[in-house]
Design a protein around this ligand. Structure first.
Ligand code: F6R
Length: 242
């Protein structure tokens, strides 16, 4: 695991944006794995800025998102599909035909998961972007998820629902379940970039990097991947031993 420590969130976001932009310029048909949550917003802003100023094109780029809440349709303003449109897709020249996000509004969750796994196997991810939960989750793979899991229905733990309640009017509205890419799908990506910012991520980062890989910290599975780069700010890196 390579660890890159940046002074602050802005510099971290600029650093990872450079890597993604280079990837897209070098391979305009790249497949990117994307995440939602607060952490990648700065990255998405940099990609939009570069698209506007330098014309980097996403016309032939495909994207796969990690997860989606079950019970929210695509046009619900808290769905991850809506989030991705607002934060990135509406502002670059990507075709929505090339955008893949599990459909949380489906009546047949199992079929949706199978179809997503199938699509992922046909379109290997060049670079997967990840955030990390305060409990070490990646995607919505909560502690205890086997490292060989693939896209499936998952139950969100109370802590994750609380962490995400800030986006909803009340705790009652936070969904209890999601469809999430599994840890194996994430490990199948060619390159994995994990982003973390702020003191509240410092424990999760330390465990991910320094503890023996264990299902108690899903992100520690990344130690088994040959090409992981961790982009962190100083606060998130503050508990690392060296
Ligand atoms: C989002 C996702 C989650 C988040 C994680 C961190 O698609 O899969 O694993 O990356 O919960 O969220 P933030 O960035 O809001 O702290």
């Amino acid at each position: 695991m390579e660890i890159k420590v940046f002074k602050n969130y802005q510099e971290m976001s600029e650093g990872v944006a450079k890597l993604i932009i280079n990837q897209v310029i070098n391979n305009p048909q790249s497949t990117l794995g994307l995440a939602t949550g607060s952490t990648p917003i700065g990255l998405y802003q940099q990609l939009i800025k570069d698209h506007v100023e330098n014309g980097t094109s996403y016309k032939n780029v495909r994207t796969f998102n990690l997860d989606e809440y079950i019970g929210l349709s695509k046009d619900h303003n808290q769905s991850y599909f809506y989030f991705m449109k607002e934060q990135l897709f509406n502002h670059i020249d990507i075709s929505l035909d090339n955008v893949f996000i599990p459909d949380g509004g489906t009546h047949d969750v199992e079929a949706e998961c199978d179809a997503y796994n199938q699509k992922l196997s046909q379109s290997p991810i060049d670079i997967q972007i990840l955030g990390i939960g305060t409990n070490g989750h990646i995607g919505f793979n909560e502690p205890g998820t086997p490292f060989d899991s693939v896209t499936q229905k998952v139950e969100l733990v109370e802590g994750t629902r609380k962490d995400n309640a800030r986006f909803f009017d009340s705790m009652d509205e936070v969904p209890t379940h999601a469809i999430s890419m599994g840890i194996k799908n994430i490990l199948d990506a060619n390159v994995v970039i994990l982003l973390a910012s702020g003191k509240n991520k410092a424990d999760a980062i330390k465990t991910m990097v320094e503890a023996k890989p264990h299902v108690d910290c899903p992100a520690s599975a990344l130690q088994n991947h040959p090409h992981v780069i961790v982009y962190v700010d100083e606060e998130a890196a503050s508990k690392l031993s060296k």
